[in-house]
Design a protein around this ligand. Sequence first.
Ligand code: SF4
Length: 461
Amino acid sequence: MSTATDKHHPQLAADFNRDEPRVNWHDETLWWVRAKRDMAAHKLPEWELLRETASQIKLNVLSNLSSYLEQFEANANKNGIIVHWAQDAAEHNQIVYNLLEQRGIRKMVKSKSMLTEECHLNEYLKEQGIDVIDSDLGERIVQLANEPPSHIVLPCIHKKKEEIGDIFHEHLGSAKGESDPKILTETARQHLREVFLTRRAALTGVNFAVAETGEFVICTNEGNADMGAHLAEIHIASMGIEKIIPERKHLGVFLRLLTRSATGQPITTYSSHFSKPQDGSEIHLIIVDNGRSVQLGREDFRNSLKCIRCGACMNTCPVYRKSGGHSYHTAIAGPIGSILAPNLDMKKYADLPFASTLCGSCSNVCPVKIDIHDQLYKWRQVIVKEGYSPKAKTMAMKAMALTLSSPALYRMGGKTGRFVFKYAPFAVNNKFNPWYNQREMPKAPDQSFGEWYAKRKGAKN
Ligand code: SF4
């Protein structure tokens, strides 16, 4: 499902905010998930040590990425896994298509993979006449609603159960008005069971790929990746180059952090290891770059490749909670998406690093200690320097810099402002002023602080 839109974050956030009850409920639900994360983290005295260890392991990976990737490929090949390399999204999609086409496969089941969202794989395969069914429950719901996921862990968090009931009634034949989550889940289960049993191909994401052993690990709560992969003749797994970890023992660190950070669970329900194909079936693994090596070369932003996609930075972000995932118009929303997206297209995503209060809550919860809010701040500087910020804003900032650096200009500006507020308030209080659209403008004081202070000082002397 495409995230293509001409609108930027402020307009899309304004669209989401038209439905105030939804905004409140979205905000509260994600804050509840954040609170669960806090409880899970505080139960582990070694939490901070785990975060630091994970961060250091990933730092080592990023510093030696090419050798770990080669080691992983060699070991995966030894295990019978066929490894493919894709430089970008187009190449990734072409490889998937070729694998299906060569076997005459027209239908595929897919478990959650944010990389395939990033590559717009579903749309591409649909254009080639291949039917893809997402098997993660949340992803299936947004797929039926013809929408992209709004959250990397909770793809349909923006939808109410009544809306899901309507979607299931229309597409899966559940009773009209049915919104009981248990019944709706059972409806989805029956529908997906038939899909699992009839698809010859399954595509999954990858959470961790172990260089030492050539195996990869997929974490799900529903077991849908396992079900798809075990029943299909061909299992295609897509992973970004940053998913490597050096040794199997390091998994213990990441598995303990991942789900606690994501949902507050101590461990994912299924953490499945895929090390070799079953008899009579194939495993193809596609290792995708798609801009990651460019990000690796950006010193200020390379740490963003440590991300293990837990979603904690979204759950805690006050802007994300109030503006919804679709307002980020990119596959990965929220604070981490706002760092990753400008690397892919700086002009298109120039708005995203500004969709933050820079409060630092994202960096505080990140299990791999990415300096998220610092990177957002740094992206703002790069975007302005490269000329991608809106012209009006650039001019306003230049005027502000000039005024603030000259006491005479500053005094004159203050006087003019107070005069306008007092005698021509319509020049400020009008529909072209976005601040006024949302709030009451303040009453202008009769004098500046400087004037008031000078007078008071004079009176005392
Ligand atoms: S940046 Fe950190 S908190 Fe955000 S999704 Fe990635 S690992 Fe989780």
